[in-house]
Design a protein around this ligand. Sequence first.
Ligand SMILES: [Zn+2]
Length: 128
Amino acid sequence: MKAGANLVCWKCGRPLDAVLLPIRRLEVCPDCDAELHVCKMCEFYAAHVVEACTEDHAEEVRNKERANFCDYFKPTPDAYQLRDGAATQASRAKLDALFDQDTHAGNADTASTRGALDDLFTDDCDGK
Ligand SMILES: [Zn+2]
C-alpha cells in the first residue's frame, strides 16, 4: 500500500497524502470528514452523462457524496477541480470583482446586498 500521493479531497481540496491506498470504503477526509470512497472522488464521475458515471459496467450510485460499494471506484487527483462547485467558485469570483468596484464607490446598500449573497453561497456550500 502506498499513500494517496497526489490525491486531494473532492470536497475541500486538502491533500490526502496521509490516506493509504486503496481508499477504504469508510475512509474520510482528515480535514472536513467527507467520505472519500464516493463518486465525486472517482475518475469515472462525470456530471454530464447518464447516472453521472462514464464506467459502463458500474451499477448506479444514487448519492454521489456518500461512500459507495462500487467495484470500479478509482480516485482521481482532479476530484476537487472537477466537482460542481468549480462553476460556483468562478461565478463567485466574478461577483467579487463586480462588488469590489461598487464598494470603492462607497455604496453602503451594495455592501449589505453583498452580505446577503455571501449567506446564500455559504448555505449552498454546506450542502447538508
Ligand atoms: Zn476534505
